[in-house]
Design a protein around this ligand. Structure first.
Ligand code: ADP
Ligand code: MG
Length: 476
């Protein structure tokens, strides 16, 4: 590709070897770090987080489009979270067959019944896109999904630009190195957390990062934590288990853990069934939801990020419900939708089944899961649909058009892996942050981006799953 890294660089194996060694040093020096798989809970020995040797060309127009629509996505997620009727209707079929979503929904209902004890809402999300390349057309921006809980890599992605700048300079590509954008999602995410903390209004109260047992990606979170410490906001890291053992509510529903009042709970865990290792995890989640602490996300915002909701939003007229007087916002959001199809029982769902069975390679079949590695592709779509097509079980899935980005050659840098050229596909993420108090949107921002790249051999999976690696857009 003319806009990318030329063959004279890509195919010069002596140069590539040298650049790869430089890149590892640069990544470690810049703090693009991850703990080792063997020692996920120790920082005694760490390595670089996986990244691409070179940045990936991304057209300026689609990049700007993705940034520009983000504040509308923030508003949309926030409005959905406040629309109990919509969530009930959208998730009705899903919760009859998907136990995890049903469990989350039950907490949501309990909170509605009791009444929310906190009017401050903190939303940190990441909307992910791929660039669909159809023949000779200009590529179009298509949303893969929006993550409303535990969206990661806002920290590490603030450290990768300098690595790519350095490598491009070493490769004699000064002009390209100057096209790598600054990026600091961690600062923006922390700014919103700090705002929520301030509105909560207790100087002594802490911010809790609710984290997993296995903490390989801790440094990504640390960048956000340190931004809070800089503002003299205390951060503590807790697991569900810790909250279960040491957490309680006082009579005003203030959350205390080990005697410390909690202003904000920022979930970096809790997005998939395995995160809830016992009933105690669910009890802890419920305790936090019922409390007066600001939850990021609260249970309704978590549900607003489900794939079923994404599919329902793509139906005619649904976006208009949330933006009755903003045709421009509707148009900007809708332009990013890929084809999404219901598998609910009835004629419409039947049509989806026959369409998928007739041309499975055109689609992705998605269950209501997060965290990568759950989607179904190709002939496996037929196997699964043949099994479930006559039963309510099929409503656990949605069907989506498969997006086809242009492959770009690059080297994926992974600790312990041999250096080899790969055909790669990229996914652009955009971070959004907002704080609402009652009816008042206090802040609503787009706070940065993330480019992740994987070998085209893999159809699924993120950085944490060991498939994708960190990258930067090279705008053209
Ligand atoms: P998860 O919540 O598990 O991250 P995603 O919807 O983000 O689920 O899908 C995981 C991965 O599968 C994406 O990162 C992307 O690589 C691939 N993928 C998902 N949807 C599509 C699609 N419509 N077309 C092509 N690839 C897709
Ligand atoms: Mg994803």
């Amino acid at each position: 590709m003319a806009q990318g890294i030329p063959d004279e660089v890509l195919m010069n194996s002596a140069l590539i070897k040298e650049l790869a060694e430089e890149a590892k040093d640069s990544a470690v020096t810049q703090g693009v770090l991850m703990r080792l798989q063997e020692t996920p809970n120790s920082s005694e020995v760490v390595s670089f987080a996986p990244f691409t040797l070179f940045p990936t060309p991304v057209p300026k127009a689609v990049f700007s489009q993705a940034l520009a629509v983000q504040t509308h996505y923030n508003t949309l997620v926030d409005k959905i979270s406040q629309d109990a009727d919509f969530l009930q209707e959208a998730l009705a079929s899903t919760i009859t067959v998907d136990d995890f979503t049903a469990r989350l929904f039950k907490i949501h209902q309990q909170i509605l019944k009791e009444g929310r004890s906190q009017s401050i809402v903190l939303g940190l999300n990441r909307s992910d896109y791929m660039l669909d390349q159809r023949e000779n057309d200009t590529p179009s921006l298509k949303q893969i999904e929006i993550n409303t809980i535990a969206a990661s890599f806002g920290g590490l992605s603030s450290r990768t630009p300098d690595v790519h700048r350095h490598i491009l300079k070493m490769a004699g590509r000064l002009e390209e190195s100057e096209r790598i954008l600054d990026n600091n999602p961690a600062a923006g995410l922390a700014r919103a957390i700090a705002k929520a903390w301030e509105l909560y209004g207790s100087e002594k109260a802490v911010v809790v990062f609710l984290v997993e047992d296995v903490q390989r990606n801790i440094f990504d979170q640390r960048y956000i934590e340190y931004e809070l410490w800089k503002r003299n906001i205390h951060v503590i890291r807790l697991r569900f288990e810790d909250v279960f053992k040491a957490g309680s509510l006082d009579q005003d529903k203030r959350l205390f853990v080990d005697g410390k009042e909690v202003a904000v709970v920022y979930f970096r865990n809790g997005y998939m069934p395995d995160n809830y290792t016992s009933e105690q995890s669910w009890d802890a989640r419920l305790l936090m939801e019922r409390s007066r602490a600001v939850k990021c996300p609260d249970i309704s915002t978590h549900l607003a990020g489900t794939k079923k909701v994404q599919q329902v939003l793509a139906r005619p007229g649904v976006l208009e419900r949330f933006f009755p007087d903003q045709p421009q916002a509707v148009q900007q959001i809708r332009a990013t939708f890929a084809g999404l199809y219901t598998l609910d029982l009835g004629p419409e769902g039947d049509k989806t089944v026959s369409m998928a069975l007739a041309a499975p390679e055109r689609f992705v079949l998605k269950p209501q899961r997060e965290g990568g590695g759950n989607n179904i592709y190709g002939s496996e779509i037929c196997q699964v649909l043949e099994q479930v097509k006559e039963s309510t079980e099929r409503t656990a899935y949605i069907l989506m058009d498969k997006i086809h980005p242009t492959p770009v050659r690059n080297y994926l840098m992974r600790q312990g892996s041999p250096l080899k050229i790969s055909n790669c596909l990229s996914e652009l993420g955009v971070f959004g942050a907002y704080v609402r108090q009652g009816k008042d949107m206090v802040t609503n921002e787009c706070v940065g981006h993330l480019l992740r790249t994987k070998s085209s051999e893999h159809s699924d999976g993120g950085v944490a799953a060991g498939v994708a690696v960190l990258d930067n857009p090279l705008l053209f």
